[in-house]
Design a protein around this ligand. Structure first.
Ligand code: CTP
Ligand code: MG
Length: 395
C-alpha cells in the first residue's frame, strides 16, 4: 500500500503574502488543492500536514473541490519541514509500505511523474525526481568570495514527490533526529543512513512556489496547461474535401497525369493540358476550403488557360489555401483507367505534385484501377480521377 504525504504546514514567509502561500488560490482553487488533485487515483491514501489554525480553511476548500473524501488523514505540522514529515510518518497506518513525500507548494506535478516514481519504487527503495542545473553553482565563503566552482555535470536539482520504502524513511528520520541532522529534503536523511537513492527525470513545470515572482511563473504554467487542454478537446480545425473529374481520350493529344507525360496512343482532351488527376486534386482542395470548384476559379473560356499546365493552376490554389490559413494534411488520388498501366509513373507523379503542394511524400498517395473493361473507362474512351484532401488550421 502506498500513501502520499502532502506538506502544507509552512508559513510561506518568502512569498510575503498575508496568508500561507499554499492557501493562495489560482482560479478559485488553492495551490494545495492542485497539489492534492494530482495524487488522486495514484495512491491508496493521502495525508495532509497542516498548521492547526489553518485546518478549518483547508477542510472547507477541499470540500468545495470534492477533494475532502480523498484525504485519509490530517496531521499537525511542526516547526520545520523535517518535523512536519516526521509527525506524518509516525501516524501512518501499519499497512502502508511505501510513501511519497510532496511539497504542497508544487501544484504542477504531473500524474505522469507520480506514476514514474511509484513504478520505480518497485525496484528502488528511494526515488527522487531530478533536473539538470542550468546555472553554474559556486560555493562561497562567509565574506561572499567564491570558494570554489562545483562541477555542474555532477549536480542535479531535486524535486518532490520523493518516494521511499516507509520503514527505511522512518529509520532515516530517527537517525536524523538523534544526530540533530537538518535536511532540506527527505532523500538527504536516507543518504545519511548510507542508503542509495535513485533519480528519475523531474519536470521543468514542477516548480516549488516560493517567492513572489514564482506566482507569475505559476500563472503562465497554468495558462499553458489550460491552452493545452483546450486544444486537446478541440484540436486543430480539420476540413476534408473531395474532387472528381473525367476527360475524354482522343488521338493526337499528350497524356498528362499529375504533371507527368505518360506514353500512350491517346491523350486527354481539354482546354488546358486536361490533366484529370490535377483537376480532381484541385477540386478536393477547393472543396475542403469551401472555395467552390476549378471551373469558377479558372473558366475554360479564357484564352490564358488554353493548354496551360494544370500544375500552375494547382500552384495558385495552394497559395489561396495558405492565404486562408490552412495547411495541407494529406491527399489521396485514384485514377480509373483501363490503359495505359499507371503504376510505373506513380513515383514521378508524387514527386511532381509534392513540389507544388510542399508536403512530405508520405502525405501523398496515388492509386490506379481498371474497371474490368466496363463502362467508358473500361472501353478506353476516357479517364476518371478522384481525389480527397485534408486541410487543417491551428487555432
Ligand atoms: N512545510 C511544512 N512544515 C513546515 C515548513 C514547511 O509542511 N514547518 C511545507 C510547506 O508548506 C511547503 C513545503 O514544506 O509546502 C516546502 O517548504 P517551503 O517551500 O520552504 O515552504 P514554507 O516553509 O512555507 O516557505 P518559507 O520557507 O518561505 O517560509
Ligand atoms: Mg521553508
Amino acid at each position: 500500500m502506498i500513501y502520499a504525504i502532502i506538506l502544507a504546514a509552512g508559513k510561506g514567509s518568502r512569498a510575503a503574502l498575508k496568508i500561507n502561500k499554499v492557501l493562495f488560490a489560482f482560479e478559485k482553487k488553492s495551490i494545495l488543492g492542485y497539489s492534492i488533485e494530482s495524487f488522486v487515483d495514484q495512491v491508496d491514501g493521502i495525508v495532509v500536514v497542516h498548521q492547526p489554525k489553518e485546518k478549518q480553511a483547508i477542510l472547507e476548500e477541499l470540500k468545495e473541490h470534492q477533494l475532502l473524501e480523498k484525504i485519509s488523514l490530517f496531521v499537525q505540522g511542526g516547526e520545520t519541514r523535517q518535523e512536519s514529515v516526521y509527525n506524518a510518518l509516525k501516524q501512518l497506518p501499519q499497512k502502508v509500505e511505501k510513501v511519497l513525500i510532496h511539497d504542497g507548494a508544487r501544484p504542477f506535478v504531473s500524474k505522469k511523474l507520480i506514476k514514474n516514481i511509484v513504478s520505480s519504487l518497485k525496484i528502488y527503495q528511494g526515488v527522487v525526481p531530478a533536473l539538470p542545473l542550468k546555472d553554474t553553482i559556486k560555493k562561497i565563503d562567509e565574506k561572499g568570495y567564491v570558494d570554489k566552482t562545483l562541477f555542474r555535470e555532477e549536480l542535479i536539482a531535486a524535486q518532490t514527490p520523493q518516494g521511499f520504502n516507509k520503514n527505511l524513511l522512518i529509520k532515516a528520520y530517527q537517525k536524523g533526529e538523534k544526530e540533530g541532522f537538518i535536511a532540506t529534503d527527505d532523500a538527504s536523511l536516507v543518504e545519511n543512513l548510507g542508503e542509495k537513492v535513485f533519480t528519475v527525470e523531474g519536470e521543468e513545470t514542477n516548480i516549488k512556489i516560493t517567492t513572489p515572482q514564482d506566482f507569475d511563473i505559476a500563472w503562465s504554467i497554468l495558462n499553458k496547461t489550460k491552452n493545452f487542454i483546450a486544444n486537446r478537446h478541440t484540436g486543430p480545425k480539420v476540413r476534408i474535401g473531395q474532387g472528381y473529374d473525367v476527360h475524354r481520350l482522343v488521338e493526337n493529344r499528350k497524356l498528362i497525369l499529375l504533371g507527368v507525360e505518360v506514353p500512350h496512343t491517346k491523350g486527354l482532351l481539354g482546354h488546358s493540358d486536361a490533366d484529370v488527376g490535377t483537376h480532381a486534386l484541385i477540386d478536393a482542395l477547393l472543396g475542403a476550403a469551401a472555395l467552390g470548384d476549378i471551373g469558377t476559379l479558372f473558366p475554360d473560356n479564357q484564352e490564358k488557360f488554353k493548354n496551360i499546365s494544370s500544375l500552375l493552376l494547382l500552384e495558385e490554389v495552394v497559395e489561396i489555401i495558405h492565404q486562408k490559413g490552412y495547411e495541407i494534411g494529406n491527399i489521396d488520388i485514384t485514377f480509373i483507367a483501363q490503359a495505359p498501366k499507371l503504376a510505373p509513373y506513380k513515383t514521378a507523379m508524387a514527386e511532381k505534385i509534392q513540389k507544388v503542394l510542399n508536403i512530405s511524400l508520405e502525405d501523398i498517395n496515388i492509386k490506379a484501377t481498371t474497371t474490368e473493361n466496363l463502362g467508358f473507362e473500361g472501353e478506353g474512351k476516357g479517364i476518371t480521377a478522384q481525389a480527397v484532401a485534408i486541410l487543417y488550421k491551428n487555432q
